[in-house]
Design a protein around this ligand. Sequence first.
Ligand code: NAD
Ligand code: DAU
Length: 350
Amino acid sequence: MKKTVLITGGAGFIGCHVVKRFVRQYPDYTIINADSLTYAGNLENLRDVENISNYIFEKVDISDEKAVQTLFQKYQPEGVIHLAAESHVDRSITDPLAFVKTNVLGTVNLLNEAKKCWGTDFSNKIFHHVSTDEVYGALGDTGLFTETTAYDPHSPYSASKASSDHFVRAYADTYGLPVVLSNCSNNYGPNQFPEKLIPLCILNILEGKPLPIYGDGKYTRDWLYVIDHAEAIDIIFHKGKHRESYNVGGFNEWKNIDLVHELCDQMDLKLKREAGDSRKLITFVKDRPGHDLRYAIDARKLEKELAWRPSLTFEEGLSKTIDWYLENQKWLRNVASGAYRDYYDNQYNQ
Ligand code: NAD
Ligand code: DAU
């Protein structure tokens, strides 16, 4: 079926995998990638699809009401997959307003334009809001986040994402807008900006720099390979029930320190360094303020209702991820230059 799908944030880490999947799997769809190309957006991520005829890129800042209006008037998309966001917790601690602007205002601009564009004809329309498990707050040593866990965000990032989730549901309840939400755990894989734990450690191991572990390293995250998340988004976009949320996770919890040990050991093997070399770079540093102890997703609703499961074990996914960074060191060093260096110095060398 022919359809126009607007994907926001498609030049970022997860967005580029979603765009590539949709462009290739759905040749009858026209895929519009709207991205403002912040430090985290990179058109290099989309080189293999940029010349395919059903792909169009538009440089648009979603916090700009007029620009979003023009975008919807021009393409009149039937589907929206909304990924554009400021996504890094540490940056949200130093600049919360940027997160309110993009994550809250930007989301409301998109909802308003979808509402205007679709009027009362909701057949074949869907607004898929891509969100995070961080909206649920922090778990103790046990328990899992389910779709009915109460929201309890702690960082400016998670507060802005929680706010955007509430707006999405409010537009469904108030105006009948067809929406679906997904809340995912930590993603890893190719094309992730090296401010996040795994690519940051890969880059620092390559450069022989310290691997900064916040606090005691016992913080726990649930990790999912990004390509599995892209598949989950595809399934939820096409088959998810309106106004429902789906938790997406890897059934794969790791304490940060154990994860970094695994990464160091795989890197030593791949780089033919002596066993234990990379672990020597581990450095415990000042903790992240308001650091959530543990996230763990119960993704059984998605598994039972829409038959999705992660395809890779963590060890396999991590191995593929390291291989990608080793083969794409130019990409890694390009994105880690310039403004990133200032950010890095400010974050770790004060
Ligand atoms: P990212 O930071 O890698 O990419 C974000 C993209 O959004 C970039 O291309 C950036 O240029 C674009 N963008 C930022 N502000 C914009 C604006 N005002 N207008 C238009 N485009 C803008 O983020 P990511 O890790 O790929 O995350 C994508 C989405 O998934 C986010 O909504 C995030 O909250 C959510 N999410 C991420 C993870 C994760 O582990 N990375 C997990 C769960 C949910
Ligand atoms: O849970 C989903 C979230 O996962 C997404 O919504 C966010 O967009 C994404 O950035 C990610 O958030 P985290 O804060 O969990 O990811 P990050 O890679 O920044 O950190 C992972 C863990 O590692 C966390 O406990 C903090 C710790 N950490 C991180 C960095 C960058 C360190 O110990 N040292 C570091 O240098």
